[in-house]
Ligand binder design. Structure first.
Ligand SMILES: Cc1cc2nc3c(=O)[nH]c(=O)nc-3n(C[C@H](O)[C@H](O)[C@H](O)COP(=O)(O)OP(=O)(O)OC[C@H]3O[C@@H](n4cnc5c(N)ncnc54)[C@H](O)[C@@H]3O)c2cc1C
Length: 367
């Protein structure tokens, strides 16, 4: 079947990746149905950092301005070693059109994307769960169930995107393995209001010799999100920045996985359905949103195979790099810590110099 404006695209999952894919597909004129088993967008802070590359993509679909209005640019990171100040990393380029990274809770990003989608004439079918799917004559027949009543029905679509998160029903239905590992031990998260001592820097990391670490970043409105590779995120952030109020906390397992293939026939996978990894570098949602836009381009070019191969290569590299970065940051051997400290100290000096360097203005040059 030739792809055209009447092509019906089904998107399973209305997280940031599914919502972005719906916007990108709609903009290209496709007929989009988007379903999600939840009752609405998430209320968790989850992925906080939005990169300038993502803002460039979201600008194409009209969603970047609102994010830029509400988000706080990441200005820099205070790094502690075993609870003591060690160095600072500054983020240069604060005056660029799009700062390198802005911070906004994922819950708000999803609301903005959903509102943009509504304005484009598409509403998410919430409370609608993908149960199974089959491929017939190059098209998709998805079996879905209403989560409240359990009533089932079928949706026929020409193409489909599985953006249904790490436990993707789309991936399961296609029998695609999610290859990789689960890190031992439990991770934890806490969203807090605290007495923040590091301003104007708005993030901090505390790296301990035993490999335990804490990373905390602004989520705006005076709130901070602490994430740790151990169960004590709240206790640790309280030691660095006395906590006044706890808004949310939870524990979770950390998976490092890549789908053996990014789909089959008329179906593709994107975002957490295809790749999950540590939050070091904060790129999970960013790369997922890049998948979403690449999927829409591939639909237009009628080349889902190229999408699958290309994105799997890029996202596979991301999983490898973030795993290596995590091992680097959580080093516990003497040599590993020495190497990390040396690199962080040099990076601290370099970013400090870059930020304090002010290019001369035209009038200064004329003098
Ligand atoms: C506690 C936590 C903290 C995190 N912290 C960070 C961080 O600091 N930095 C970072 O970069 N990333 C972080 N992440 C990861 C980040 O949230 C994900 O990378 C991002 O949400 C991926 O978006 P997605 O749309 O692919 O998947 P999701 O956000 O998981 O969205 C998937 C959607 O699919 C829906 N769904 C699932 N199954 C079905 C089904 N069968 N039928 C229909 N709908 C379905 C779900 O309801 C959900 O709305 C965190 C994740 C968690 C859970």
């Amino acid at each position: 079947m030739a792809v055209g404006p009447t092509t019906h695209v089904l998107i399973a999952g209305a997280g940031p990746v599914g919502l972005s894919a719906a916007l990108a597909c709609r903009r290209k004129g496709f007929d989009v149905t988007i379903i999600d088993r939840a009752g609405g967008t998430t209320d968790q802070s989850r992925a906080v950092g939005i990169s300038w590359q993502t803002l460039d993509l979201l600008q194409e679909v009209g969603a970047a301005e609102q994010i830029l209005q509400e988000a706080e640019p990441l200005r820099g990171l205070a790094i502690h070693r075993d609870g003591e100040p060690f160095t600072t990393l500054r983020v240069p380029g604060q005056k660029r059109r799009h700062p390198r990274i802005v911070c906004l809770p994922q819950s708000r990003t999803e609301e903005i994307l959903q509102e943009e989608l509504r304005q484009a004439g598409i509403t998410v079918d919430w409370d609608t769960e993908l149960i199974d799917l089959k491929i017939e004559n190059g098209s998709v027949i998805a079996q879905v169930a209403r989560t409240q009543s359990g009533a089932t029905s079928e949706i026929q679509a020409d193409r489909m995107l599985g953006a249904d998160g790490a436990s993707s029903a789309t991936r399961h239905a296609l029998g695609i393995a999610f290859e990789g590992e689960t890190l031992p031990g439990s991770w934890s998260i806490a969203d807090v209001t605290c007495d923040w001592p590091f301003a104007p820097l708005n993030a901090c990391a505390d790296l301990h010799s035993n490999g335990r670490l804490l990373f905390t970043v602004t989520i705006g409105n005076g709130r901070y999100r602490a994430i740790a590779n151990h169960p004590d995120a709240l206790e640790w952030i309280d030691r660095l920045a006395p906590v006044r109020e706890v808004h949310y906390q939870t524990a979770f397992d950390m998976n490092l996985r890549l789908a053996a293939s990014f789909g089959d026939g008329p179906v593709a996978l994107a975002g957490d359905a295809a790749h999950v990894h540590t939050p070091v570098g904060g790129q999970g949602m960013n790369f997922g949103i890049a998948d979403a836009f690449a999927f829409a381009d591939a639909l237009e070019n009628e080349n889902l195979d190229a999408y699958r191969q290309h994105r799997r290569k890029i996202d596979g590299r991301l999983v490898r790099i973030t795993t290596a970065a995590y091992r680097f940051m959580s080093a516990s051997s003497r040599f590993g810590r020495l190497r990390r400290d040396l690199i962080l100290k040099s990076a601290g000096t370099l970013t400090g110099a870059l930020v304090s360097f002010q290019p001369p203005t035209a009038s200064q040059n004329a003098r």
